[in-house]
Unconditional design. Sequence first.
Lengths: 238, 242
Amino acid sequence: MLNSPAVQIEGLTVIRGRTTVLPDLTVSVPRGSVTGLLGPSGCGKSTLIRAIAGIQVVKAGTVTVLDGPAGRPDARRRVGYVTQASSVYPDLTVMQNLLYFAALIGSDEAAAREAVDNVGLADKADALVADLSGGQRTRVSLAAALLADPELYLLDEPTVGLDPVLRRDLWQLFKRLADQGRTLLVSSHVMDEAGRCDRVLLMREGRIIADSTPDELRADTGQDDLEQAFLTLAEAAA
Amino acid sequence: MTRTFATARRVLQQLGHDPRSIGMIVVLPSVLLLLFKYVYDGNPAIFNRVGPQMLGIFPFVVMFLVTSVTMVRERTSGTLERLLTTPLRRGELIGGYGVAFGAAALGQALVTSAVAIWLLDMEVNTPWAVVLFAVVDAVLGTALGLLMSAFAVTEFQAVQFMPLVVVPQLLLCGLLAPRDSMPDVLHRLSDALPMSYAADAFSELGSTSDFTSTLVTDLVILVGCCALALTGASLTLRRRTP
């Protein structure tokens, strides 16, 4: 059980409208690690994450999450999904938002306070989310996932628009969570964030073009810069 | 149950940060009633006939609008998507909305009925029954708002549902002309619309002092419509979307 991957996807096909967003995708995410899902906007990262969260209508294939089908009731308690748009209530304070999400998963106020601390928003706990900056809202949204202490985090572009110091702090937080045995799948379109992950999935036009560690990626492509490595791989795949 | 009340509390907290909306919900019906009374100053019989029916219609209309817009916002902002990835059940979410707006409706009904009865001398014999029906009408508005929000992609569309859902019911409910005097087709159509029973109950409340069997029938039909619309609304919440 413990050695099985946190996420195992086989032959996943997703069609949205007339576009095949994910054609026959097979990939897995190992437990207790930070896996980066890297690729340009529109390559299917969010769709893949939605499929793992169990809220995407899929055409074919299986998505196994924590040893069961994605989206089943007990997985909803064990998986924390943070959407790309900060999905919290702008007309509530930070704390009101967190206490609501805490109530939904049977967590308490202490967990909510700890989550606010972890994302560095303790001084904004009583501020209306509508009055916060975009980056701060993203962190409120992340805190709402943290307080549930899920086994698997699905984070869709959590570091977009954050200043470098905050980005570093968040990546350190992700590392800590992974060290405690949590699994994190973090998407980003910024290639240099790949270097902060234990494993990297490079995605392009709905396909995984690389599945390795940052070091292997550099070695395989002969490129020191991960952005260059992506270009090398993308050209090779085309 | 905990999650239902947590949701209700959250919806009321959101409302709490919006004092202007609270003001509109609580005060607006009274102001409109006041206006209505003095428009028919020369003919008090009209106010006495139609006034009680309006007590039932305002909460329905206001809550329909408030709820459908709030729910569309929930759908478009991504919060609904997030809620559906938590252990929250669909019925609990819809129930939470029902409880929250039902509580808001109770406040509205108490204020409006008090103004109507004591300030505007509306002849009503059983004030508690007036409040009861006003709350049920408001919950019905909430329920239909939740249901219709599924068919609106934007808040702009949600507002447009008001003429679609509310105005025909206003025309057919017996407020403007007695339902018996309508052409057969319209009469039968009005039988199928919940607001007809609300208007019917309020005109009954204006004329009798007992809780008559007509009132019981109206109440049962209205509560049934609420349950139907709430069930329909929770079925429109799809966990998986394309």
